[in-house]
Write a protein that binds this ligand. Sequence first.
Ligand code: F0G
Length: 459
Amino acid sequence: MVLPQIDRALAQENHLVRCIMCGKVTRELAVDFRCANCGELLEVEFPAWASAPSDGGDRLKAVWRERRTSNSPLDTSGVWRFREMLPALSDWSHVITLREGNTPLYDLPGCAKAGGLDHLQAKHQGMNPTGSFKDTGMTVAISFARQNDFKWVACASTGNTSASMAAYAARAGMRSLVLIPAGQIAWGKLSQSLDYGALTCQLRTDFDGCVRVLNEIIRRYPIYLLNSVNPYRLEGQKTAAIELLEQLKWHVPDHTVVPGGNLGNNSALGKAFLEMKQLGIVDRVPKISVIQAEGANPLYRTVHERYGRELVSVEAETLATAIRIGRPASWRKSLRVLEQTHGCVEQVSEAEIAIAKAEIGADGVGCEPASAVTLAGLKKLVKSGFIGRNESVVLILTGHVLKDPEYTIRFHRGDLSIPRMADDKFRTLTQSQRKTPIVLDDSADAVLHALEAEDKRRD
Ligand code: F0G
């Protein structure tokens, strides 16, 4: 079957699009963003970079710094500020931005101690406009959708991509179709997609089933696909790595630790670090490690059981619903990043995720469960010696703590049921971390009594 083409995506050619498997350059993108030759994923390449500038990237660093004092919409976006590293639009007025990016880098002293490190930092991509890292990719991909005159955009999602897409589509005056697994996404995310006006379909299947259905829809209706198989999304997501290095005054950390779901984000960050090295902006790259939940661990199993030769898909099950994915689209890209940066893949249990999430909260930062796999994985990587006590490490926190309040409340109330662990055992394990809300009479004495008890407990 010949797929419909997206005609004007390559109108402005500072870039080309190449298959990651057979290397064929695509002049006309198919609606499923796969190689017409071999069916694999595509990626954006910048031919002009073959001859890297000799000034060690100083000119680029200066331009990016300068833009921080500008008020133009392109410059105030933490994505488009780095537009030299992005595919160019034929008309910059097509850019749809919500001032994404510009996310904070936090010290996490409590988590450092829990992880056995001297120092630990986290870049909080949950501080984006819709509360997740998806916004950095969405601004780029939706701008290309608009440039190509699409009326509809669509994604299958575990909740964050859909929230982000719905917001950017609304800003662009476009219609958006969301396919999500019924009953398996966090309320905060579902509420966002409704509020931003998406046509939201809860399908009686899992994320992988939603992807299957959407693949059929794009063949039958003119609709622009915004899942991370769209290579323009990953280009936008690269900018978190550039912004991180700028925040670190271009000192490259030894390790970056990223959650793994559909495996687009670690691929994007890896691409950015490697491209910055190619351009002479930095002289080395961090080891990028990917952490998965034990119940949704296809990359972990692919590496450990098949040496990366073929994907081991799984029936995914985890309370970290954002990464409840059994057949990740970008597994090959992800493997390549692990290889090229000498990172590794680790898996963590549901109890380890819950404890790590509470520890990140206790540092005054907070995140959604899927982001907390990073700290849980870090602890294992320090224990195994892969990460040294004195090494510099940055966790990538991907989603805001308010995305999944139900998980957090249930954890603190003591009624979060962890798969394959007795409730009593989990409650005992997390006793010192839980903060159960206290119901009291309307009396100052009662409140003061609670306050004194808390002082006694803490001193
Ligand atoms: N963390 C959060 C909060 C996510 O929402 C996701 C993915 C990931 C991590 C994993 O990133 O897929 O690039 O490996 N969420 C997607 C969604 C799948 O539909 O919102 P990844």
